[in-house]
Design a protein around this ligand. Structure first.
Ligand SMILES: O=C(CO)[C@H](O)[C@H](O)COP(=O)(O)O
Length: 262
């Protein structure tokens, strides 16, 4: 059954499965958005059915909320949960310090709010997303629709004064219309090539009127689980200041029920 999955999907599933095992009975959990996060949500659904795991969860998008309800997860709002023990989410790029680019799926605003309202954030990913320097993936920036062209021009002006390679941005579209986020905003994708100082860029972007949030996650994640297609996952933990690495193997065939439900 797992043969029907591409190697990248097997790698994503492996990361998601390993990270979902960190969830313990009674936890309040933030659920990320994207294809890797969707595997994690399905895996939590399996644990709820098989082990009677009891959790409450805060999804980071309407898509994730729908999937979570479908697999039997008790979904609440962040205001109801107030604080979370753990958030598990994917990323578009990550570096050695676990600075991330997120928002490829357009959910960066809720993702950042939920992750920063959590004691811990675990990133789930495949190895291809690890980079030495962030920026090959276009950086998503959420902007309010009012005056978005003026916001775009100001963002490009700011980029011209920063340690980045490119300064072009483009409005994300859905067919012939702007892509609209769950919060009713637009997304500008910044084609930067190389981000020399992500911390500074994140701060400066958020100063531009009309910018709601940017997809740079700095000092938010402290653990990453990197999945491989053979079922091996590598956990890197930076929470103590010194990186600690461990590996684990999962049996992909154990998850036949998840794959057969797709
Ligand atoms: O930030 C995100 C959504 O806003 C996703 O986590 C990111 O785009 C990774 O997605 P995928 O797991 O599908 O590769």
């Amino acid at each position: 059954m797992t043969d029907q999955l591409t190697p990248i999907d097997r790698a994503k599933y492996t990361a998601a499965h390993c990270a979902a095992d960190f969830v313990q009975d009674g936890m309040r959990v933030g659920l990320g958005t994207g294809s890797t996060a969707a595997w994690m949500v399905r895996r939590l659904g399996t644990r709820i059915k098989q082990e009677g795991l009891r959790i409450i969860a805060v999804p980071t998008s309407t898509r994730t909320a729908q999937l979570a309800r479908d697999v039997g997860i008790n979904v609440v709002s962040l205001d109801e949960a107030r604080w979370l023990d753990l958030t598990i989410d994917g990323a578009d790029e990550f570096d050695a310090e676990l600075t991330l680019i997120k928002g490829g799926g357009g959910a960066l605003l809720q993702e950042k709010i939920v992750a920063t309202a959590s004691d811990q954030m675990i990133v789930i990913t495949d190895a291809a997303k690890e980079v030495k320097t962030l920026g090959a993936f276009p950086l998503p920036v959420e902007v309010i629709p009012f005056g978005w062209r003026a916001t775009k021009a100001l963002v490009e002006e700011v980029l011209a004064s920063m340690d980045v390679m490119g300064q072009n941005s483009s409005l994300r579209v859905n067919g012939d219309k702007p892509f609209v986020t769950d919060e009713g905003n637009y997304i500008l994708d910044l084609d930067l090539g190389r981000i020399g100082n992500p911390r500074q860029l994140a701060l400066v972007l958020n100063q531009v009127p009309g910018v709601v949030e940017n997809g740079l996650f700095v000092d938010i994640a402290d653990q990453v689980v990197i999945g491989h297609a053979d079922g091996t996952c590598e956990l890197r933990d930076l929470s103590s200041g010194t990186p600690e690495t461990s590996t684990r193997q999962i049996d992909l065939e154990d998850s036949r029920n998840i794959f057969s439900d797709l």
